[in-house]
Design a protein around this ligand. Structure first.
Ligand code: ADP
Ligand code: MG
Length: 729
């Protein structure tokens, strides 16, 4: 068959059913077997070294060289026993994916022999030739060195035959060039600040850490069909395609039966994930056809971020093993739901408390309200930064559609908590406030756990929703590295909690007693952060108007959000908490401008090529057969009949000409816009030009292509259509 698309479909059905060989053991028996976890460390390390690693993990102490040598040699023994031949430092450069460079354990010896070797300094640090990683101007070419350094808090693991060691990545001058470094620093800042506040309520807390449970949405597309679409191959999304007659309108995919081939794929990546200690738990069909979700049990944030990156890798591999391609893009198909990555975020203590969960006694409830209100205060103060933390060229296409939260950040807390906060706010003299709340504490507040357990009032439209014992940050994009939004939330809360503590200390100094001091500040915060709370429909137009009145930012696309990172207030936030320096923030901003521009540039070029090389020639070919036909009719029919019969065809011929010339005109215009934009020196101006001109032209071109798709003979149409991409499995 000549048609590329039909060939792809035929290919799809030539596939044999592929089954994944499940291990014969129970998951609990192989869970974590490919990680250098506590039990592996216990087995391979001396008690002393084990103690040192555990102290590094739990208390942040440094591991000296000698101990590192011992850890390296044990790690090597463990990895070789598991079949590893190579090792790599595994890190998260600012490209957004992960990087690795494999080295063999082999070291040559005299006499033509070799031994497997892995020393402490190879574990602790490496110097990858990393001049091609994004650095936003931090590294000049003459100081192009970068270092990776071992993160002992995230367990080493084996992928294939390679021992992977999670590391941070910094420049010669010590600046962070990755996502992990600021996550670790923000966790440190949060621990200090949250612990200090926590100790007001429980004296015995030694550590506070953020927890993250991500929910990863994705699409699966048959691999043969995927390969027949250059836009999917090169940009991860369809740049055009008419809506399928049936897509998600019946909501018959959501939580439906998982198709057999998809289930085999899920079994594979989940099992491989379990071997790597990733606690994957939930799987289900999502709203859109061929859209699915996976979610693990939550973990400490740094590990959860690593595990999300790792699972995305495992999913890509497993998909290919089952002749699928996985799409993590936020909006692979127009007019149907895109994909997000809900980040469920909470705070835990070393004693097992969840600080965002209502407690079992009045004091714990007061602690809960304190943390809750501090989150509201922090989100209110830094809503612009939270918005900036989720922006990307691909997430721009999803936010604000009627499927995902808008670009306005607000917090949903539910009716019960709203009533509680309103009550606190309404008590207008201090003694009255205290009396009511003290009384309330004995009667109402301890009931909160019960009430909240029954609380089914959920707001799926909110970008940042309290869901009983955690906040769910829903605006994060499906392809994003969770590190960015997580480090932002941690940093904001760290700063906010230390402000709270300062205010509290000042009141105590004035002789105010504990509960009164806490209540005074809470009440002030409730009032000050009121505008950030929104319980209504975030998708509605009324909300955009209301939000503007409240002074909340509503920046719809990425270029407009990026300056936020270098705003004085934000630099101060990151410097006060010691998470990122001004130079690092500036560099990151530059990288984001460039990344945005390049992504849109690639999309625009691919669209131009496809329009010119695929669509226009086919439309002309079809138009020619119509013209042939009309000419033939003229030969065989009398003039009057011909006039009647040819009318419809002539209309189609004219319409095709119209769309072809609009496409041609659009592509020329878009190419000119790219040229103009490329000549701009300023990265911000360039990104804005790509956003406001190139992207807009691309959308116009798309409309005409989609119209042609409806007209041209199905057999001639060269590219798989939405109905095939979404329903063939
Ligand atoms: P949903 O109804 O939104 O799908 P789920 O009950 O499936 O919610 O939970 C979603 C995610 O929330 C899971 O990944 C889960 O691990 C995570 N989660 C639950 N409790 C916490 C917590 N304390 N901290 C962080 N994440 C949590
Ligand atoms: Mg959820």
């Amino acid at each position: 068959m000549e048609n590329l698309r039909f060939r792809a479909i035929a290919e799809t059905f030539r596939h044999k059913k592929i089954e994944y060989q499940m291990p014969t053991k129970k998951p609990s028996e192989y869970f974590g077997e490919m990680t250098f976890n506590h039990s592996a460390m216990k087995e391979y390390l001396t008690d002393e070294s084990f103690g040192k690693v555990m102290s590094a993990i739990e208390k942040g102490t440094k591991i000296e060289r000698e101990a590192a040598n011992q850890v390296a040699s044990s790690m090597k023994a463990w990895a070789i026993a598991k079949g590893a031949t190579h090792y790599t430092h595994w890190f998260h450069p600012l490209t957004g994916s992960t990087a690795e460079k494999h080295d063999s354990f082999i070291t040559p010896e005299a006499g033509g022999k070799a031994i497997e070797n892995f020393r402490g300094n190879e574990l602790i640090q490496q110097e990858p030739d990393a001049s091609s990683f994004p650095h936003g101007g931090i590294r000049n070419t003459f100081e192009a060195r970068g270092y990776t350094a071992w993160d002992p808090t995230s367990p080493a693991f084996i992928l294939g035959n390679t021992l992977c060691i999670p590391t941070i990545f910094v420049s010669y001058t010590g600046e962070a060039l990755d996502y992990k470094t600021p996550v670790l620093k923000s966790s440190f800042a949060l621990d200090i600040a949250a612990k200090a506040v926590c100790k007001l309520f429980n004296g015995d807390i030694n550590r506070v850490f953020a927890t993250l449970g991500w929910e990863q949405e994705y699409f699966l597309v048959d691999r043969a069909l995927f390969m027949a679409r250059p836009d999917l191959v090169l940009t991860g999304r369809t740049l055009f395609g008419h809506a399928s007659a049936k897509d998600q309108q019946l909501s018959d995919h959501y939580f439906g039966t998982i198709p057999e081939r998809v289930k085999e794929f899920m079994k594979e990546f989940e099992t491989e994930g379990h071997k790597l200690g990733i606690p994957v738990k939930t799987r289900h069909n999502e709203v859109a056809p061929n859209q699915f979700e996976c979610a693990p049990v939550y973990e400490e944030v740094n590990i959860a971020v690593d595990h999300n990156q790792l699972i995305m890798y495992l999913m890509e591999n497993a998909a290919r093993n089952h002749n699928f391609e996985i799409l993590f893009h936020e909006k692979p198909f127009a007019n149907i739901n895109g994909s997000g990555k809900h980040n469920n975020w909470s705070l835990a203590t070393d004693k097992g408390h969840n600080l965002f969960a209502p407690g079992k006694n009045p004091k714990e409830n007061l602690r809960f309200i304190t943390f809750l209100v501090n989150v509201l205060m922090g989100v209110n103060e830094y809503q612009d930064l939270i918005r900036a933390s989720i922006s990307s060229a691909s997430n721009d296409l999803r936010l604000g559609g009627h499927e995902a939260p808008p670009a306005i950040i607000s917090v949903f807390i539910g009716t019960q908590l709203t009533n509680l906060l309103d009550k606190i706010e309404a008590s207008n003299d201090k003694s009255g406030l205290n009396e009511e709340l003290k009384a309330g504490l004995n009667i109402n507040v301890p009931n909160i756990p019960e009430i909240l357990l029954d609380n089914t009032d959920r707001n799926r439209t909110s970008p940042f929703a309290f869901t009983g014992n955690k906040f769910e940050f829903r605006a994060v994009g499906s392809s994003a590295n969770c590190a960015k939004p997580m480090l932002v939330l941690n940093t904001i809360l760290a700063k906010q909690l230390s402000t709270f503590k300062q205010e509290y200390d000042a009141l105590i100094e004035q002789g105010v007693e504990f509960e009164d001091a806490v209540y005074q500040i809470i009440k002030k915060y409730i009032i000050a952060s009121k505008r950030i709370r929104f319980e209504g429909n975030n998708y509605s137009e009324e909300w955009a108007i209301e939000a503007e009145k409240r002074g909340l930012v509503n920046i719809k696309t990425t270029p407009g959000t990026l300056k936020t990172w270098v705003n004085e207030r934000i630099i101060k936030l990151f410097e006060d908490t010691n998470v990122l320096t001004k130079r690092e923030l500036e560099a990151r901003m530059m990288i984001r401008y460039e990344k945005f521009t390049k992504k849109v540039q690639i999309e625009s070029r691919v669209l131009g090529d496809m329009a010119t090389n695929h669509i226009i020639p086919i439309a002309i070919r079809y138009q020619n057969t119509l013209i042939e036909n009309v000419r033939g009719l003229k030969e065989i029919l009398d003039l009057q009949t011909y006039g009647k019969v040819s009318k419809n065809e002539l209309e189609i011929i004219t319409a095709i000409s119209h769309h072809i010339s609009e496409i041609k005109r659009g592509v020329d215009k878009m190419t000119e816009q790219r040229k103009q934009a490329n000549s701009l020196e300023d990265e911000e101006a360039k990104a804005i030009a790509y956003d406001e001109q190139v992207r807009v032209s691309a959308e116009q071109i798309r409309k005409h292509i989609d119209k042609l798709e409806l007209m041209v003979d199905d057999e001639l149409w060269p590219l798989p259509k939405y109905r095939e991409l979404l329903f063939v499995r």
